[in-house]
Design a protein around this ligand. Structure first.
Ligand SMILES: Nc1ncnc2c1ncn2[C@@H]1O[C@H](COP(=O)(O)OP(=O)(O)O)[C@@H](O)[C@H]1O
Ligand SMILES: [Mg+2]
Length: 260
């Protein structure tokens, strides 16, 4: 049975697209047939993070009735399958969101896991993306407004019968003014399944169109995402330690001419 998981949040800009892209690549590297679909049709950017912009057929064409969903599937980094939304505003005009469910029913035939990058908020587009999934990963930053909006999304997901797998806290900064994991679990009544640090490498990777788990697999951020992917499918994962020793060895050899 294919798992259809929406990656959703109440507030925008909390890291849904970043997490969908990297989690999709991570799950593929574990051998799961994984497809990531950009359902944020108005503010699409999954294709930018994966370095896959400019594809000829996108979800815009599918939801406009001009193409079949199979024509909009592309191979991405690490073998993850990708359905880009299309970033042109032109493409938005003819979209009918009720075509999404039918499109997804065709996609699930060939994959183990389908991750949906959902739009923020609770407008029609967000509801369509959430309702199309059986499970949801709720993304939030540790700030109060983000948690408060996440709570609304959680309540709507419950009403739609979508199971919440857990909360991912993104952009953790060890700042005393932010909420703790315990406080977040108490407010949302959902377990925290990953804590991802605030990491300037995330936006650098995005600028290069290369997912962080590929570009910098040893970073704490990539390790947190690989661990989350492993937990989702019941695999074990050994974090990759940064190669500190080899850096020191090179320094000693270069400066002192002897082996470290
Ligand atoms: N862990 C992180 N550390 C630092 N910046 C991040 C992190 N996660 C996301 N960002 C940045 O935050 C912005 C919004 O992320 P994005 O994934 O597009 O959010 P959303 O899809 O929820 O709108 C982007 O500029 C992204 O590079
Ligand atoms: Mg997004």
């Amino acid at each position: 049975m294919t798992r259809v998981i929406a990656v959703a949040s109440g507030k925008g800009g909390v890291g849904k697209t970043t997490i969908t892209a990297n989690l999709g690549v991570a799950l593929s590297t574990y051998g799961e047939e994984t497809l990531v679909l950009d359902a944020d049709v108005a503010m699409a950017n999954l294709e930018l993070i994966l370095g896959m912009e400019g594809k000829s057929v996108t979800l815009h064409d599918v939801l406009s009735g001009d193409a079949d969903i199979e024509e909009a599937v592309y191979e991405g980094p690490g073998g993850v399958k990708v359905v880009p939304a299309g970033i042109s505003l032109e493409g938005l005009r003819k979209i009918k969101l009720d075509r999404l469910e039918n499109a997804l029913s065709k996609l699930v035939q060939n994959v183990d896991i389908l991750l949906i990058d959902a739009p923020a908020g609770l407008e029609k587009d967000a509801l369509a993306a959430i309702a199309a999934a059986q499970e949801m990963i709720l993304v939030t930053t540790p700030e109060v407004p983000s948690i408060s909006d996440a709570l609304k999304t959680k309540i709507v997901a419950n009403k739609l019968g979508v199971e919440i797998v857990g909360v991912v806290i993104n952009r953790e900064m060890h700042d005393k003014t932010f909420l703790t994991i315990n406080e977040i679990e108490t407010i949302l009544e959902v377990p925290v399944i990953a804590v991802i640090p605030d990491d300037p490498e995330v936006s650098r990777a995005a600028a290069f169109g290369e997912p962080l788990v590929v570009r910098n697999p040893k970073s704490p951020t990539s390790n947190a995402i690989m661990q989350l992917a492993a937990d989702l499918i019941g695999e074990s994962y050994q974090p990759i330690e940064p190669d500190k020793k080899s850096v020191i060895a090179k320094l000693v050899e270069g400066l002192l001419g002897r082996r470290y």
